[in-house]
Design a binder for this molecule. Structure first.
Ligand code: OXT
Ligand code: ADP
Ligand code: MG
Length: 572
């Protein structure tokens, strides 16, 4: 007869089945905040050799998981406790879905029987119902023998087709369910070809090439879907073989170096207005591209060729004359094949010269402003020095959030390698900074430079303890202008409360980093800033540089002030 010990050794449970299912699918990094009912799950995961990174707030763990998904093409995993922890993670899940990043939010939950009768369980909440409208798919597993299938479904849903966020609900009871380990093992599923290639139809490729070759002023727009697809070589070849000028959306910068002769980045307004045919590769015609509305060159409305994996994206804002539905790698390869088989004429010299002249004049205009060594610094002086840091260290991952801090950095700092610029994404959300920086360091091992507005930093600032705890090679630069947008607003009533956009004057964010054993530096000139950041990257030590910026520099809402509604009755 088997002893009690031998009998237990033949058993597995919900905790271990979750771990085995994730490991079987090569998922080994978890971003989490521990607590009931998942504390032991985190412990067992760590004991099983997984990397379990604990954050100070689930939203930041969620943003980390979301960007891990973008960087790796595998779902980033965020693990939270029930109701409040789940809700904290939910913003990040919705952000992942909005940005088309694969992520799985796994939350423990309370007992179904009590939740459904609303009898007041510990952290009672119908989490599955709440998550469903905010993600691509939502599943709950009630029985341990379904854990393998549940995790397989979540993985496939997150990465196949248009990537996005998936919610997986694991009730507390599930973890302690016991079963024979052989049966448990055979219930696990290794997902085969989680994101199958989706080949475009040949006639869609022919149609796209017909439109493109007739263009007098063609333009290619690369979006973050193109960066995500990791079809870097094919995309470069398409741009160079076709000779078509291109514009990189923010997180697609660096797919080809921003200094590439065909980059129209520094002539953005011109090419958007003056082009007649635009080929979108992994970019949506949303607010960031004025919904595709606006002027075209010539008599006809602008024509769009749209490459995307999601068929419903076509015609979402304007007519798409040549939809190309498929994965970007396959679509771009097919276009290259098509170009090779026809007589391809590159765009006219008149068009490329028009762009080149505008690029050159904008670059010259900007260059003089970048040289200044003003104290206190303005955005150009400070970013001019950081632009050189990235030029000399192109493998550095740049994380960027804020309003002016974001908008100026996007145009001033050239990127040279793919997936090195990570920012606020489609929603323009503040608070992604520290979670993004942590995941970027963890997933790639590269140095990370996070350029943060002082308001933006505040949304996730406590995670600098996490950065120090894991000793990550992250240098955070806080652009400290004492406020949201600017630090100069005054309360019109003259009351003792400061204006709504103003923070404590002369705050020292560097001291926060010192409190956790990291390096804090206070700088007031571009030269000092450059020295501090280079030293931080060389040392690979967690560092926070408090960069004092003129509180009067910058504008309300950065470059999107036009989106602020105006009062018809005027100001008080
Ligand atoms: O073509 P033209 O001639 O026009 O020139 C363009 C380029 O061609 C040229 N350019 C170049 N010139 C020379 N050389 C080079 N290399 C070069 N490259 C480009 O430069 C110009 C500009 O180029 P750009 O930027 O490409 O073009 P443009 O026209 O600006 O692009 C349009 C957009 C829409 C694509 C672009 O503007 C964009 O991507 N915008 C994103 C904006 C965004 O997402 N903003 C964040 C949200 S703002 C607001 O919502 C904030 N909040 C509210 C809040 C949020 N967001 N979230 C949450 C959870 N709660 C609240 C808050 C609280 S921001 C904020 C905090 C702000 O305060 P901070 O202290 O953090 O920050 P500071 O403002 O710094 O104080
Ligand atoms: P940006 O903000 O940079 O303009 P968007 O987030 O608007 O980019 O667009 C990204 C698009 O890329 C989405 O419509 C998404 O469906 C698409 N996409 C993501 N991955 C792929 C892929 N591998 N193949 C094709 N399209 C993809
Ligand atoms: Mg600010």
């Amino acid at each position: 007869m088997a002893t009690k010990k031998e009998e237990v050794a033949r058993l597995t449970d919900g905790f271990h089945l979750v771990i085995d299912a994730l490991k079987l699918n090569n998922i080994k990094t978890i971003y989490n905040v521990p607590g009931i009912p998942i504390t032991d799950l985190g412990r067992y995961m760590q004991a099983a050799g997984m990397r379990v990174l604990s954050f100070r707030h689930e939203q930041n763990a969620g943003y980390a998981a979301a960007i891990a998904g973008f960087l790796t093409k595998k779902p980033g995993i965020c693990l939270t406790v029930s109701a409040p922890g789940f809700l904290n993670g939910l913003t990040a899940l919705a952000h992942a879905t909005t940005n088309c990043f694969p992520m799985i939010l796994i939350s423990g939950s309370s007992e179904r029987e009590i939740v459904d009768l609303q009898q007041g369980d510990y952290e009672e909440m119908d989490q599955l119902a709440i998550a469903r409208p905010l993600c691509k798919a939502a599943y709950r597993v009630l029985n341990a023998e379904d854990i393998g299938i549940g995790i397989a479904r979540a993985i496939r849903a997150s990465v196949s087709g248009r990537p996005g966020g998936v919610y997986l609900d694991l009730p507390a009871k599930l973890f302690a369910q016991v079963m024979d380990s052989d049966v448990g093992e055979s219930s696990l599923v290794k997902v085969v070809d989680a994101a199958p290639r989706q080949l475009p139809a040949p006639d869609a490729i022919d149609r796209a090439l017909d439109v493109l070759k007739e263009a007098k002023r063609p333009l290619i727009i690369l979006g973050k879907g193109a960066a995500y697809s990791q079809a870097d070589d094919a995309i470069r070849e398409l741009i160079e073989k076709s000779g078509v000028p291109y514009l990189a959306m923010s997180m697609a910068k660096g797919l080809l170096p921003d200094t590439h002769p065909q980059s129209a980045g520094a002539a953005r307004s011109l090419v958007l207005k003056e082009s007649d045919v635009v080929m979108l590769i992994g970019a949506r015609l949303n607010w960031l591209l004025s919904h595709g509305k606006g002027k075209s060159w010539g008599d006809k409305p602008k024509q769009f060729i749209h490459i995307d994996i999601e068929p419903r994206e076509m015609d979402s804002n304007v007519e798409i004359v040549a939809p190309v539905v498929g994965d970007i790698g396959s679509c771009v390869e097919s276009l290259l094949g098509g170009i090779a088989s026809i007589e391809w004429t590159p765009p006219s010299a008149a068009w490329t010269k028009l762009i080149k002249d505008k690029v050159e004049s904008n670059i010259i205009r900007m260059a003089s402003r970048l040289q200044n060594n003003n104290i206190p610094m303005d955005y150009h002086g400070a970013l001019g020095s950081l632009r050189t840091v990235i030029k000399e260290r192109p493998e550095t991952i740049l994380v960027n959030e804020g309003a002016n801090t974001l908008d100026f950095a996007r145009s001033i700092i050239d990127m040279y390698q793919p997936r090195k610029r990570l920012d606020v994404g489609t929603w323009g959300v503040m608070g992604v900074g520290m979670g993004t920086a942590i995941a970027a360091a963890v997933e790639t091992g590269n140095p990370v430079l996070a350029i943060e507005g002082d308001s933006a930093f505040g949304f996730s600032g406590m995670e600098i303890e996490t950065i120090c705890r894991y000793n990550l090679p992250i240098c955070v630069v806080v652009f400290n202008n004492g406020g949201i947008y600017r630090g100069t607003d005054v309360n019109p009533t003259g009351d003792k409360d400061v204006a709504t956009t103003v923070f404590v004057k002369e705050a020292r964010y560097d001291k926060m980093m010192e409190a956790f054993g990291g390096v804090g530096v206070n700088v007031s000139s571009p030269d000092e800033l450059s020295r501090a950041v280079n030293a931080a990257i060389d040392s690979a030590k967690p560092t926070l540089v408090n960069a004092v910026i003129d509180e009067a520099a910058g504008t309300e809402s950065g470059r999107i002030g036009n989106l602020n509604p105006q009062s018809v009755v005027g100001k008080n």
